[in-house]
Design a protein around this ligand. Structure first.
Ligand code: HEC
Ligand SMILES: [Cu+2]
Length: 317
């Protein structure tokens, strides 16, 4: 009952600059449809009742009416004008949403089977979670890695496809802090329904701090847990094992506290500082018997991430 009395009923939370635009047009079309439904079906139903064949009456053939110019013009011109209004209104909003303003915070989005990767301007990467500042215009520059995906945020009233091999974009200004659901709305295979992400809108200063420090540990999460997660999220696992086996790089198992021979013949004790340096500036001290091919993680790991990875490596006795 209550929901029907809203201007735009059945809509989720409105949390972006674009939401009122969509809701207004939607509300207009919805109530217009309600009015015309009553105008057309109401008299129709009434005539069915009024001119029904009553008991004992003979069926009367209807008088043959060929046309009525005034009536036909009325029922053609009024709907035509209404359609033009809806088309122009919709096109207006569509254009406003299609052209991003110049001062946006740009974020790269990659849709893949089956998840979402986000990359902030400073190199911070996120998986299936996107932190955004409140009240700042955001532009998502998106592409698909394998098949077409579609990025849909109902609370923001924005949606766009991500075809592989080219960029599409979306822009919006999040309003109010809070969490919002992202869906993939292009059927993309088995894991399609699980292709979800969360948008977390934070106050501007909190966002700046989050960019600098990273996500605080969750309840019950230890530094080692976080380190283990980063070990796989950041791809360390492609070159470093944790069971002693040799991959492209040395295994992390049992290295902490032990000497590491270096390529130049010297030796270094594996402590917190050596681990930190190895991650941020891997070529400074190259382990003996390995090629200096590890990429630097300067800028893509936060202070806490370094602590977490160190704690994790330390725990691998
Ligand atoms: C492309 C492969 C590759 C990736 C990815 C990689 N590393 Fe390395 N890493 C190496 C190689 C090769 C060495 C040995 C040569 C050197 O010291 O530069 C190494 C050395 C290290 C060392 C020194 C270990 C020792 O015993 O000397 C640490 C610590 C380290 N990596 C941590 C990490 C962490 C943490 C990550 C993920 C954030 C990571 N690495 C990602 C290839 C990689
Ligand atoms: Cu998808």
């Amino acid at each position: 009952m209550n929901i029907l009395l809203q201007w735009a009923p059945f809509m989720p939370t409105a949390a972006s600059h674009n939401a009122p635009n969509v809701d207004n047009l939607y509300g207009f079309i919805f109530w217009l449809s309600v009015v015309f439904f009553i105008l057309v079906i109401g008299p129709g139903a009434w005539f069915v009742y009024k001119y029904r064949l009553k008991k004992g009456e003979e069926h009367q053939p209807t008088p043959r009416i060929t046309h009525h110019l005034g009536l036909e013009l009325t029922w053609s011109v009024i709907p035509l004008l209404l359609c033009v209004v809806i088309a122009v209104w919709g096109f207006w909003d569509f254009m406003a949403l299609g052209v991003a303003p110049a001062d946006t915070e740009d974020i790269f989005v990659t849709g893949y089977k089956w998840g979402w990767r986000f990359e902030h301007r400073d190199g911070t990467k996120e998986l299936n979670e996107l932190h955004l500042p409140e009240g700042k215009k955001v532009k998502l520059v998106m592409t698909g890695e394998d098949v077409i995906h579609s990025f849909f945020v109902p609370d923001f009233r924005v949606k766009a496809d991500l075809p592989p091999g080219r960029y599409t974009s979306l822009w919006f200004e999040p309003i109010g802090v809070g969490e919002h659901q992202v869906f993939c709305t292009e059927y993309c295979g088995d894991g399609h329904s699980g292709m979800l992400a969360k948008i977390i809108v934070m106050p501007k200063d909190k966002y700046a701090e989050w960019l600098r420090v990273g996500t605080p540990l969750g309840p019950g999460e230890t530094l080692e847990d976080r380190g283990k997660k980063l070990y796989s999220d950041k791809g360390c696992l492609t070159c470093h094992s944790v069971d002693g086996s040799r991959l492209t790089g040395p295994s992390f198992k049992g290295i902490f506290g032990n000497p590491q021979p270096l390529a130049d013949g010297a030796s270094v004790n594996v402590d917190e500082n050596f681990i930190r340096e190895s991650i941020l500036n891997p070529q400074a001290k190259v382990a003996q018997g390995y090629s200096p091919i590890m990429p630097s993680y300067q800028g893509s790991l936060k202070e806490m991430d370094l602590n977490a990875l160190t704690a994790y490596i330390k725990s691998l006795k």
